[in-house]
Design a protein around this ligand. Structure first.
Ligand code: FMN
Length: 418
């Protein structure tokens, strides 16, 4: 039987190991994880979710403090329409994040940025344009447009000098979404360089309704491939969602996918941005503890661990500090849910069960979003004497995907307790 290393992904004039580590916001797919993936010859992603907040954490900028100070007068209000991002600050933070990553890049692989178009930031077009432009300015190898698929995104950057040289890709979960995007961006005369087809077993937000379990990744890819052949469109398809072993990956490559995009296996890597105690939660979890729910105010179903501390917390909306999900009218579904509960529980403590303040909880790693097969992570490592699972290096996981055969998962070498 073949293994992943028998295949290569051709993008432009470059041959890559056909393993893409998907974007995981907020700063779960860190610079370090993306750099390791690129060093090993694949494609790593950083994420453009809440970059000013990420910058504050890493280099002690004061973007969020300053924003909160500016809008402090509004924190008790349920009308957040005045809360805006300073576009200069947004560009500066994005250039820092992308710039520090690209400067440190080594090896033959590539680093892309995952751009969450659902982060509409109370000015969808303007903020998206700034984020995309700043990432290109700072030398990103490619941009993957995700979650929300703003249909006019290519047009926002068509005048950028790197519009044709940077790799641009999209994530879709259906043929219809791909057709819509291609129709809408046809005017720019540029096709995506790759299309990630994400099935219902992925982590993060899903491009499906609550009937997600009725869909199957291989079937969606086959449908898309048949249509592309009939239209004589040739774009590499990258399969994503639930590809847990090298053998799973090889099956997709053998049936014509150009690469696979994976993420869940890397959530327990040393380089992943989740705190170590949260990584242990991912290792320990059971299948019964993983759910797809509708608490994300973006309107997309999201998969997460049921014991995520951010579920039902009922905190005051933090839009004056964050506000990344505010739509063009300064609205977010969590604001409605919170003020509804506040009105029915005057002066009392309460929880909000149906929605969550995603900005705050993702910032604090309190919504533990994950792929369907997270419950299998325990089979990928060893337990230490203290009953904790051993974290894995990204290199170990990458090489396991790359070289393993026969459904095998390579375990790490045991760390000898001193
Ligand atoms: C913890 C986590 C966070 C994620 N965050 C994002 C995200 O911010 N944007 C996005 O497009 N996809 C996100 N995803 C989806 C992955 O990029 C990837 O496509 C998918 O999870 C692959 O399936 P797998 O996790 O079963 O390997 C996330 C996945 C995980 C596990």
């Amino acid at each position: 039987m073949k293994c992943v290393d028998d295949f290569r992904l051709r993008l432009g004039n470059q041959d890559l190991v056909p393993i893409v580590v998907g974007g995981m916001g907020v700063d779960i797919s860190t610079t370090e994880l993306a750099l390791e993936t690129a060093r090993l010859g694949g494609i790593g992603h950083i994420s453009d979710a809440m970059v000013p907040t990420v910058s504050d954490r890493h280099i002690k900028t004061r973007y969020i403090k300053d924003k909160l100070k500016h809008y402090k007068f509004n924190v008790e209000s349920n009308d957040k329409s005045v809360v805006q991002f300073d576009l200069g600050m947004l560009a500066e933070a994005t250039r820092w994040h992308v710039g520090r990553t690209m400067t440190a890049k080594r090896g033959d692989g590539m680093v892309f940025i995952n751009c969450m178009e659902k982060l509409t930031m109370n000015a969808p077009r303007e903020t998206l344009k700034v984020r995309l432009t700043a990432a290109l300015d700072a030398g990103i190898d490619g941009i993957t447009l995700a979650a929300g698929l703003h249909l006019g995104s290519f047009a926002l950057i068509e005048d950028h000098p790197r519009f044709r040289d940077a790799k641009l890709g999209i994530i879709v979960s259906s043929l219809r979404a791909l057709q819509l995007f291609l129709r809408k961006s046809a005017r720019t005369g540029r096709l995506p360089d790759y299309v990630v087809v994400e099935g219902p077993l992925a982590g993060g937000h899903l491009g499906f309704g609550m009937d997600w379990a009725q869909y199957n990744l291989a079937t969606i890819i086959a449908e898309i491939r048949t249509w592309m052949t009939s239209e004589q469109i040739d774009i590499p398809l990258i399969a994503a969602g639930g590809i847990f072993t090298g053998t799973d990956a090889t099956r997709f490559l053998e049936s014509g996918s150009a690469a696979v995009q994976v993420a869940t296996r890397f959530t327990v890597s040393v380089e992943c941005g989740l705190p170590d105690d949260v990584k242990q939660e991912y290792f320990k979890t059971s299948e019964e503890n993983i759910e797809v729910n509708q608490i994300s105010p973006t309107g997309y179903p999201m998969r997460m661990l049921k014991n995520s501390p951010g579920i039902g917390s009922g905190i005051r909306p933090n839009c004056e500090a964050y506000g990344y999900i505010l739509d063009s009218n300064g609205h977010c579904a969590y604001i409605d849910a919170y003020f509804r509960e506040l009105a029915t529980h005057p002066g009392k403590k309460f929880t909000v069960q149906d929605k969550t303040c995603l900005c705050t909880h993702m910032r604090n790693f309190d919504i533990w979003t994950c792929g369907h097969y997270t419950y299998r992570l325990k089979d990928t490592s060893l337990k230490n004497a203290n009953n904790e699972y051993q974290l894995l290096t990204a290199e170990h996981i990458f090489n396991d995907y790359r070289y393993s055969r026969d459904e095998k998962i390579a375990l790490p070498a045991a760390i000898n307790p001193a």
